[in-house]
Design a protein around this ligand. Structure first.
Ligand SMILES: NC(=O)c1ccc[n+]([C@@H]2O[C@H](COP(=O)([O-])OP(=O)(O)OC[C@H]3O[C@@H](n4cnc5c(N)ncnc54)[C@H](OP(=O)(O)O)[C@@H]3O)[C@@H](O)[C@H]2O)c1
Length: 246
């Protein structure tokens, strides 16, 4: 695989980048901060069986004008990428969002509109070269309108539907699309939040995601128990959802 990992300097993205590098795949990182990218690229080179160099480009989901240049840099470094994994996203608590309308605008723009724009750039490039794999992190928070994640969850709901439709429309043309729906996973994004039962670890998610890529699965809940949890949540009637805090 010649894989871009957008968000690969932290959390679940970093765990996936490490897993791919350790098995000898070629890796290119995208992220916000040059120092983090340099450090992470050096760490991945150390882990790679052939000590292969790892490339990187700064890319900000708040600045869609920079998407093409970052993807050009990845193509130049990897000699045309064939897989793109997007873990980058914003998170804020429902309380913080309700107190700050501009934060709402930024979060829904980054997590939905600009992530879709980034994926459209990737889709066009992959289809032009006969196909490839697009893996994007959505969330179980997008499976049902829920009090604690009303706004963040809505941004992920839109993203999940877009990814499902991409799979329906372009699978036959060679584009594999995987929508990843993590439950609660212990990363920087969830630091300070109380872990619920079934909270997962980034390494466990990386195993599930790389396995899903190898099998070209269109949807993966991780840790797997969240598929069952969300099946129950999706089936609850509205009067119950109004009462509970989940
Ligand atoms: N952790 C969970 O429980 C959980 C549950 C469901 C879904 N998810 C989703 O899983 C994915 C990975 O999250 P994680 O838990 O691994 O958290 P994380 O380590 O905080 O990863 C998020 C990444 O997004 C980057 N980012 C933030 N704003 C960005 C922007 N404007 N442009 C480019 N990159 C930006 C962050 O960069 P900086 O660190 O430099 O800010 C960070 O590398 C996210 O899509 C998240 O919504 C997480």
């Amino acid at each position: 695989m010649k894989a871009i990992i957008f968000g690969g300097t932290t959390g679940m993205g970093r765990a996936i980048a490490r897993r791919l590098a350790e098995r000898g795949d070629s890796v290119f990182l995208m992220g916000l901060d040059t120092d983090d990218l340099v450090r992470s690229a050096a760490d991945l080179t150390e882990r790679h069986p052939q000590r292969a160099e790892v490339g990187y480009a700064v890319c900000d989901l708040e600045k869609p004008d920079g998407f093409s240049a970052a993807l050009d840099a990845a193509d130049a470094f990897l000699g045309e990428f064939d897989a793109v994994i997007v873990t980058a996203a914003m998170y804020a608590t429902q309380d913080a969002l309700e107190a700050d309308v501009d934060l709402v605008r930024r979060l829904v723009t980054v997590n939905y509109a600009n992530t879709v724009v980034f994926c459209e750039h990737v889709r066009k490039r992959l289809l032009a070269r006969g196909g490839g794999h697009l893996v994007v992190f959505s969330s179980v928070a997008g499976d049902r309108g829920r009090k604690p994640v009303a706004i963040y969850g809505s941004s992920k709901a839109g993203l999940s539907i877009y990814l499902e439709a991409l799979d329906h429309k372009f699978n036959a043309a060679g584009l594999a699309v995987t929508c990843v729906k993590p439950g609660f996973v212990k990363t920087g994004m969830t630091a300070g939040l109380k872990p619920p039962p079934f909270a997962g670890e980034p390494d466990q998610v990386a195993r599930d995601v790389v396995d899903a890529m190898d099998r070209r699965k269109p949807l993966v809940y991780t840790p797997g128990i969240w598929a069952l949890v969300m099946l129950v949540i999706r089936s609850l009637p509205r009067f119950v959802m109004r009462k509970i805090g989940f």
